[in-house]
Design a protein around this ligand. Structure first.
Ligand SMILES: *Cc1c(COP(=O)(O)O)cnc(C)c1O
Length: 395
């Protein structure tokens, strides 16, 4: 938690915020970065100090200067009231969702949302007496028809990180608020540099900080940014569940964030270049990237986003598993692995099947999700070109 808010920062460019916000060298003997603070016990000098709760830190579980440095920075980027650093992107989703619900309530989740969030709802929340229903990510204002008196939260992810539908955040927010429900948006894809859901009406924004914030595939983190109204339940839920993020992890998030703007710019340019090139390949059925004019949600993307991320999917003509294996097994630069956001390019075949219930995925082709890293674009194209050839030969 950090309630230091610079009155001038709103007028500064995001690059300036990223380089200067959330660090106070004068508190660190002049060292540029807030170092790794490790600690459980925080000492009090007097009984008055202990009873008065006036000390900035009282117990390490509630945070330390390193975690605060990240929270202050992300808070500024999202234009939030408060931001909390939590141990993973999934923890950000589960805490944010739990903060809105009690037994007997109902939750709406986008059919395109991150799959472990679905498992949390269907497995854990169900046991706690919360019902979950899934909605078509392109439902927009139509979500009003799904609202029940006990619907208290809507979880959106825009765009969905496998199928890239863009969601109409202002419409979802209006419908949720009319029903007394909160809107939570997973903003991991665009980062706060290119999309700010709170300004569009969302109540809570979550990030898989593991991805673009960290940027090097070497740490886990999540953030929850909230409006003033939504904040108290977020913080009490986190505190009561005992979630804590270590100074070591926080340091890596802060380090990553300092270069977020230049990394996003490079990831964006490379991903767009490769996405347009793929679109022109005869074997490609479709490229699912919202910044391409061919994307069905391109108008919405242009309305609500100022840039695009590293991640998109490409669909190839139907072919047996052997062709999919030929595509991925022979890749030289793209590696196969979960997560994304690092400097290295990744490719995974996407299996949707049971992940889609409200809006079943009916496309016949094989979907591959690509994270475009910071390698040379021509080298990446050559790798994909060879993969497409292997795929076509194995069909
Ligand atoms: C990876 C991811 C998460 C979860 O983040 P973890 O840090 O791996 O728990 C949440 N949302 C999206 C969109 C993701 O890609």
């Amino acid at each position: 938690m950090n309630d230091k808010k610079s009155s001038t920062a709103k007028h500064q460019s995001v690059e300036t915020v990223l380089t200067h916000h959330g660090r106070t060298p004068e508190d660190q003997f002049g060292f540029v970065n807030t170092p790794v603070y490790r600690g459980s016990t925080v000492l009090f000098k007097t009984l008055d100090d202990m009873a008065g709760q006036t000390q900035r830190f009282a117990y390490g579980r509630a945070g330390n200067p390193t975690t605060e440095s990240v929270e202050a920075l992300v808070n500024e980027l999202e234009g939030a009231y408060r931001t909390r650093l939590v141990p993973s992107g999934l923890a950000a989703i589960t805490i944010a969702v739990l903060s809105c619900l009690k037994a007997g309530d109902d939750l709406l989740i986008s059919d395109s949302a991150y799959e472990p969030g679905r498992s949390f709802a269907d497995g854990f929340l169900k046991r706690m007496g919360v019902s979950t229903r899934y909605y078509d990510p392109r439902i927009g204002a139509g979500i009003s028809a799904l609202m029940q008196p006990n619907t208290k939260a809507v979880l959106a992810e825009s765009p969905g990180s496998l199928t890239f539908e863009v969601q109409d955040i202002p419409a979802l927010a209006a419908a949720a608020h009319a029903n007394g429900a909160r809107l939570i948006v997973d903003n991991s894809w665009a980062s706060p540099l290119f999309h700010q859901p709170l300004a569009l009406g969302a109540d809570l924004v979550v990030h898989a900080g593991t991805k673009m914030f960290v940027g090097h595939s070497d740490a886990f983190a999540g953030t929850i940014s909230a409006t003033e109204a939504a904040w108290p339940e977020v913080e009490s839920t986190r505190a009561l569940l005992g979630f804590f993020t270590s100074g070591d992890e926080a340091f890596l998030v802060a380090r990553g964030l300092r270069t977020l703007a230049i990394r996003m710019k490079e990831h964006q340019a490379r991903a767009l270049d490769i996405a347009s090139w793929l679109e022109a390949q005869p074997e490609v059925l479709q490229v699912l990237h919202p910044a391409l004019p061919s994307h069905p949600d391109h108008a919405l993307f242009k309305r609500d986003f100022t840039g695009s991320g590293s991640l998109f999917s490409v669909m190839l003509a139907p072919a047996p598993r052997a062709a999919v294996a030929a595509f991925v097994d022979g890749l030289a630069l793209f590696s196969m692995g979960y997560s994304w956001g690092g400097f290295e390019s990744l490719c995974i075949p996407v299996k949707l099947g049971s992940n889609r219930t409200a809006k079943p995925w009916t496309a016949e082709g094989n979907l591959f999700r690509l994270h475009i890293g910071l390698e040379g674009v021509d080298d990446l194209k050559a790798d994909l070109s060879a993969a497409i050839q292997r795929y076509t030969a194995a069909r």
